[in-house]
Design a protein around this ligand. Structure first.
Ligand code: ADP
Length: 465
């Protein structure tokens, strides 16, 4: 488990740091204490040497040993060059052998830690010479009992501190990691629930999100679920819509064919109805294909320099026929504007918007069209005085198959609710945008913005070509 591994890692790290630190402290204290003892031995040796005498034959005599400080526990032995003990301090008198045998034969002053009758001692062996001749050896020693006991205590304290620190670090990191990783358990549980119940509507529950990566993960995960759910439900709705739209014409065709078969006659009226429904089906399939291509940006567009004003005139002319005496089609403003685009597709968009306006505006209404330059954009406005679009429908008006309540209950001749989605995507594929504003009962205004034709770009291209 992640928690166990992290806890082990932190505790081991903490243990390692304490171990290194402890070793450094231990070594430092050890060296300091032993150095102090060594200094004491040195000073004592110097004091004694001041009162040492060497006679004419070269024999060494110590007049008397200075009074040693009892509390420091210093022992002294002076050996002549024949290996005889000349002088000894009171405390070591009971032991006739040398404090450090090896030190006696050494030619240089040296400090050694030895075991003398079961006592741990530090011994300074100092060879004495007169005029270059060996005159004997002086050994000054002190017990290391205090140093040993300090060392032992220190070692004990360090080990206990290390164990204590490792346990505290272990418990501390276990608890902190548990708290930090707790949301991960919830994420896991939620994911399992989603998988088991096939339910994308679940979210990871939280009260206070931690302000860290885990908190961000929870937020991102919930957002992903939200998106997935939206895509999934829109996909399901799309399938249901398509099936619904396909079923109506197919039922009519099937019913009519069955009727003709039963009557055993070919009836012109029934044939017309079948033809109409087949056309409707063809339109639906065509629209769906176009929409699928446009949505994925794979729509084949033949983009050329295009006079938008002449295209608008063409659309108005065609639409005049559709409007007939029912409505007034008015051109309020028109600028000469060139853009780069696919003529047929843009005409399809304009025809769709104007025919919507004509279709939904009641008799006697008006439709205003205008085309103007605004900054680096061409702005095309189609405004009608129709019933308007309810505010709750406005955000969905460009969705696939979306129709307002009124149009849904209209005659079967009404569209599939795909026209505005197709228009949206065709304009998007031209780097433009389409907006709608509407007040219920007063009318709707559709605005298309498209980038103006940039002649510099095309010249540059032709040079490269
Ligand atoms: P349809 O083929 O149903 O017209 P569209 O995608 O073109 O599909 O339009 C979607 C819906 O938007 C329509 O069903 C209608 O409810 C609403 N709508 C579009 N244009 C207008 C308009 N000018 N006035 C009122 N409602 C409109």
């Amino acid at each position: 488990m992640l928690r166990g591994r992290l806890t082990l890692l932190y505790s081991t790290l903490m243990g390692g740091v304490i171990l290194l630190f402890g070793m450094a402290v231990y070594a430092l204290v050890n060296v300091t204490l032993v150095n102090q003892i060594d200094d004491l031995l040195n000073n004592t040796a110097e004091d004694i040497l001041e009162i040492a005498r060497v006679d004419a034959v070269g024999e060494l005599t110590i007049l008397r040993l200075p009074p040693l400080d009892i509390s420091t526990n210093v022992y002294v032995q002076v050996w002549d060059r024949h290996g005889r003990l000349i002088s000894t301090s009171l405390e070591s008198a009971q032991f006739p052998e040398a404090l450090d045998n090896q030190g006696l034969v050494s030619l240089e002053a040296n400090f050694r830690s030895i075991d003398y009758h079961g006592v741990h001692m530090r011994v300074l062996s100092l060879p004495l010479s007169v005029g270059g001749r060996d005159a004997g050896t002086m050994q000054v020693a002190s017990s290391l009992a205090v140093v040993d006991s300090v060392r032992e205590d220190l070692l004990y304290i360090l080990i206990m501190a290390a164990i204590f620190a490792v346990i505290i670090a272990g418990i501390g990191s276990w608890l902190t990691i548990e708290r930090s990783l707790a949301p991960l358990d919830t994420i896991l549980a939620t994911t399992e629930q989603i998988n088991r119940a096939d339910d994308l509507s679940r979210r990871i529950p939280y009260k206070h999100l931690p302000n860290d990566e885990v908190g961000q993960l929870v937020l991102a995960f919930n957002q992903t679920l939200e998106r997935l759910e939206t895509i999934f439900t829109s996909q399901q709705r799309f399938l249901a819509d398509v099936s619904h739209e396909l079923r109506t014409p197919l039922t009519v065709i099937k019913g009519n064919v069955g009727l003709m078969r039963r009557m055993n006659t070919v009836d012109e009226e029934t044939l017309v109805s079948i033809d109409q429904e087949a056309n409707r089906l063809t339109r639906l399939v065509g629209d769906l294909l176009l929409l699928a291509q446009a949505e994925t940006g794979k729509i084949p567009l033949q983009k050329d320099a295009l006079e938008l004003d002449s295209l608008l005139f063409e659309v108005i002319q065609e639409m005049h026929i559709l409007a007939g005496d029912k409505l007034m089609l008015k051109l309020s403003e028109i600028d000469q504007i060139q853009i780069q685009g696919d003529r047929d597709r843009l005409k399809q968009v304009l025809l769709n918007l104007v025919s919507n306006a004509i279709q939904y505006t009641p008799e006697g209404g008006e439709i205003f069209l205008s085309l103007s330059k605004v900054g680096k954009e061409a702005r095309l406005i189609i405004r009608d005085t129709g019933p308007g679009i309810p505010a709750e429908d406005l955000p969905h008006i460009f969705d696939r198959f979306y129709r307002t309540e009124k149009s849904r209950t209209r005659s079967k001749a009404s569209g599939f609710g795909l026209g505005l989605s197709i228009a949206y995507w065709i304009i998007a594929n031209h780097d433009g945008k389409i907006d709608v504003e509407s007040i219920e009962g007063e009318g709707s205004t559709f605005t298309i913005s498209l980038p103006l034709f940039d002649s510099r770009k095309s010249k540059h291209l032709s040079v490269e070509d």
